[in-house]
Design a binder for this molecule. Structure first.
Ligand SMILES: [Zn+2]
Length: 408
């Protein structure tokens, strides 16, 4: 009987146990992606406030729409750090992400700038290791989605603080738990380029775009319409060899900035080319001044790699100034003295030899027939009369002398 039991045990070890182990290896332990959505600010931390837009409110609206849309996909669990207007510290938000075993923490924000001049969408990501690569791909997928919908691409960026750690608290705190966190700055609520696109529907639509980009990046299948599914993990980066890398933020402005006028300088609009180079980050804006730097144009979109062409009226401009900005908002200034057409013709008159027309005038002057004046004619006639009278008296005197001498 014992022999039978031992035989069964051996058979179990030989056949059943490896099969079970193989099953465990082949089947995924969990195919769920866990996404924590963090509506930025809240409670006593209001965030940016401009033209009636309050950041703590609109981040929550976007985040709720994001969660709702992302839950239309399979293989994903979605959590919110807050679903009402409450105060939460950055540490609490990161700790919640750890508690939920988050694969990614997405912090939802809206932007504003000191001079109200910036516009576009930007994503801040961890600066080092595996977290950098996991977040970078998602950030790029998000910005592509926004660029398709005409929101300007202000780049996926890192920023390192003075202590050598990530500058932004939510990224830094999540990194303590080895969770990649990104800050999604949807648009600038204080610049007309973005602000005029804002309304209640758009605030929710941002959440839907975010969800679609997350689903695309992680290759999530759509629950009810398989054709809306994304290819599994199509965009996942290979990051293992970069685990120890640190990517620093760009501390320098574009270099070799130059401005030149293309073709003929026109009194109304001249075509102007700007050139600049930046090896560390993308060039995204330019601006120019046609009144010696007193007033500057709004920030214009840089639409080339190292050069950009635009038109401007230079008719009242002495020196054309231009500024070229990279996506870290660092700029280089360049200038070009403008030679006006009126100055060209004035200097030609004062510095060139007399024109042929002037010589012709002089020639005509010398060849014109002489015409005496009335007084000159009168004087001439008087002199002639005196000459005739003198000759008459001379002839009379000589005749008288000759006749007188004969009588003697
Ligand atoms: Zn914010």
């Amino acid at each position: 009987m014992n022999k039978i039991r031992i035989s069964i045990a051996v058979l179990f070890l030989i056949f059943i146990s490896p099969t079970f182990s193989l099953y465990c290896l082949c089947s995924p332990t969990s195919n769920e992606l866990t996404v924590v959505i963090d509506p930025g600010h809240g409670g006593s931390n209001h965030g940016a406030n401009y033209n009636g837009w309050q950041e703590e409110d609109i981040t929550l609206t976007t985040a709720i729409a994001l969660k709702k849309k992302l839950e239309e996909y399979n293989n994903v669990d979605v959590y919110l750090t807050r679903d009402s207007n409450i105060s939460l510290s950055l540490e609490e938000r990161a700790a919640f992400s750890k508690q939920m075993n988050a694969d990614i923490l997405i912090s939802i924000h809206y932007n504003a700038s000191e001079n109200h001049d910036l516009y576009g969408t930007e994503v801040w990501i961890p600066s080092s290791g595996k977290n950098y690569y996991l977040a970078k791909g998602l950030g790029e997928t998000l910005l592509n989605k926004y660029a398709e919908n005409s929101y300007y691409d202000r780049c996926v960026k890192t920023k390192i603080g003075e202590n050598g750690k990530d500058y932004y608290g939510i990224i830094r705190n999540a990194a303590e738990y080895s969770i990649p966190a990104i800050i999604m700055e949807h648009c600038f609520i204080d610049n007309p380029t973005d602000e005029t696109t804002l309304n209640a529907d758009q605030i929710e639509l941002f959440g839907i775009w975010d969800a679609e980009a997350i689903a695309e990046y992680y290759g999530l299948p759509y629950k009810t319409e398989p054709e809306l599914s994304y290819k599994p993990y199509a965009n996942m980066p290979s990051y293992t060899e970069y685990d120890n890398i640190t990517v620093y933020d760009d501390q320098t402005a574009p270099t070799d900035a130059a401005v030149k006028i293309l073709g003929e300088q026109n009194s109304k609009t001249s075509e102007i080319e700007l050139t600049a180079y930046d090896n560390e980050s993308k060039i995204i804006y330019y601006s120019y001044s046609t009144n010696n730097g007193l007033d500057w144009s709004e920030l214009k979109k840089w639409d080339g790699d190292n050069s950009c062409i635009f038109s401007a009226d230079l008719s009242s401009c002495d020196v054309l100034y231009a500024r070229i900005y990279n996506c870290f908002d660092l700029f280089t200034e360049c200038s070009l003295p403008i030679v006006k057409k009126s100055e060209v013709s004035t200097s030609a008159l004062t510095t060139t030899p007399p024109l042929p027309e002037t010589e012709s005038d002089a020639y005509e002057d010398t060849t014109q027939p002489y015409t005496a004046t009335t007084s000159e004619i009168t004087e001439h006639k008087t002199a002639t009369h005196l000459l005739f009278i003198s000759l008459f008296f001379l002839i009379c005197s000589l005749t008288f002398l000759i006749l007188g001498n004969r009588q003697i």
